[in-house]
Write a protein that binds this ligand. Structure first.
Ligand code: 0O2
Length: 214
């Protein structure tokens, strides 16, 4: 027989995860609204794809342990900002900042923290714009402010980060060796350069269109 306190804890955890899932749904709707509006106005989609996930229980426990924090529901909700995570994959570099700014302007979105790993890439070459936001979610008996980590990046940045993640996950030893790190960083730089060139190409095409329409 499973002891009562354990069953109670399991239910509380399930309820917390449900709340994080709802927060993701709310924020995804906000992003879809923005994308729909902008695609009508500008005849192109700034957002290519939105991915989301609720952190797995094992990853939650590992992160709390890594930080030397207690393993409990309270500790998770107080200390972890990325239990709910959304990844916004944009077409172009400037779309990232446009999406971030539009979210920031919404008065029911509280910005808790921002990490701009595009202007300040990580030493390994990782690039992405990270926001920790808090949004209100309305449940049957309460309004709860829920934290969500939003990672905004281009298709190219996502390509690098996904492969970097895979390589490190499958071959941890080799991925940590010096020459592999250098190669990965070089690839990240080539990708960043390509992102800038693609943005310039788009701007040139837009300028030509404006000139033609005059
Ligand atoms: P997952 O599986 O994506 O959830 P910490 O989370 O403790 O590392 P912090 O300050 O909370 O530190 O987070 P930070 O640095 O703002 O961003 C962490 C998340 O960004 C990671 O989540 C990754 O998703 C992504 N990220 C950061 N650095 C890298 C990197 O070098 N390569 C790749 N591929 N992704 C990175 P998780 O929880 O580590 O993983």
């Amino acid at each position: 027989q499973v002891p009562d306190p354990l069953i109670k804890q399991a239910y509380q955890f399930q309820e917390a995860m449900m709340m994080y899932t709802c927060a993701i749904r709310e924020l995804k709707t906000k992003l879809e609204v923005l994308n729909d509006e902008l695609s009508v106005r500008n005849s192109r989609n700034p957002i290519e794809l939105v991915k989301s996930r609720v952190k797995k229980p094992i990853s939650i426990v590992e992160k709390l342990q890594r930080r030397g924090l207690s393993i409990s529901l309270e500790s998770m909700t107080e200390n972890l900002d990325d239990v709910a995570g959304i990844r916004v994959i944009c077409s172009f570099l400037d779309d990232i900042y446009a999406v971030a700014e539009m979210l920031t302007r919404q008065d029911d979105v509280h910005i808790i923290a921002i990490k701009d790993y595009i202007r300040h890439p990580k030493a390994n070459g990782y690039r992405s714009y990270h926001m920790i936001v808090e949004i209100p979610v309305f449940f049957s008996d309460q309004k709860k402010w829920m934290r969500v980590e939003v990672q905004i990046r281009t298709i190219a940045m996502d390509f690098w980060a996904s492969l970097d993640h895979q390589l490190k996950y499958k071959k941890e030893m080799e991925a940590n060796s010096e020459d592999i790190s250098i190669e990965l960083r070089e690839c990240a730089e080539v990708i960043a350069n390509t992102d800038e060139r693609m943005l310039n190409i788009r701007k040139k095409i837009e300028a030509q269109e404006i000139a033609l329409n005059k």
